[in-house]
Design a protein around this ligand. Structure first.
Ligand SMILES: N[C@@H](CCC(=O)N[C@@H](CS)C(=O)NCC(=O)O)C(=O)O
Length: 218
């Protein structure tokens, strides 16, 4: 049995895993779990893979995993000889990559996901945007991106000179926010906007966007 990814094309963590599979040039089957109009993710057989009833979930042979960042780290470690490395062998260099993996999870996503919820997902589902939440989180994100701007002044990518999981984990939310007024926050910072342009132009990310369009149109 090969790799099976369970998820929905709109989901940020699902797109994060697909980006990793594409960077690693791995074959996989995408199984759509419709979390929008059904509750199949809260029932068997799905909850045997993720007892929290959330997407993404991944099966690789008899291994069952959930949590997008745990999945990408598993793929990068297990398929080290395929595609883009995404992790580094040198423990000190990898420690820096790990720092920025944590920054994305605990600092960037916390704020960016509130903005993508307000500015992307609420309009998608016909809900009203709360401008006070947008303003508050835009201010917070602006301050976070100032730190990114300084980091990227001396380093091509967040984890060092190589594209790594630290960069990849940011891609889905940045891609969503680039379709909103929040893009101006990125545009105002030359190092950040050059980094965004670089990572969004990766052929593996173009495949994610293409694949998601195709699945959504089905
Ligand atoms: N930390 C998790 C987040 C997973 C998550 O929040 N998934 C959402 C979709 S984006 C979900 O399944 N929501 C349905 C629910 O919670 O019932 C990860 O990175 O995989």
């Amino acid at each position: 049995m090969g790799i099976k990814l369970y998820g929905h094309p709109f989901s940020v963590p699902v797109q994060r895993v697909i980006a990793c599979l594409e960077e690693k040039h791995l074959e996989y089957e995408f199984v759509v779990i419709d979390i929008i109009s059904t509750d199949q993710h809260k029932q068997e057989p799905f909850i045997s893979i993720n007892p929290f009833g959330q997407i993404p979930a991944l099966e690789d042979g008899d291994l069952k995993l959930f949590e997008s960042r745990a999945i990408t780290q598993y793929l990068a470690n297990t398929y080290a000889d395929k595609g883009t490395p995404l992790i580094l062998k040198d423990p000190k260099k990898m420690a820096i990559v790990s720092v920025w993996i944590e920054v994305e999870f605990h600092t960037f996503e916390e704020t960016a996901s509130k903005l993508s919820y307000e500015l992307v997902f609420k309009p998608m589902f016909g809900k009203t945007i709360d401008e006070a939440i947008v303003e508050h989180n835009q201010e917070k994100l602006g301050k976070i991106l100032e730190v990114y701007e300084a980091r990227l002044a001396g380093s091509k990518y967040l984890g060092g000179e190589e594209f790594s999981l630290a960069d990849l984990h940011h891609l889905p939310i940045i891609n969503y926010l680039y379709g909103t007024k929040t893009k101006a926050l990125f545009d105002g910072k030359p190092n950040v906007s050059a980094w965004c342009a670089d990572i969004l132009a990766r052929p593996a990310w173009a495949k994610v966007v293409e694949r998601m369009k195709h699945i959504t149109e089905k």
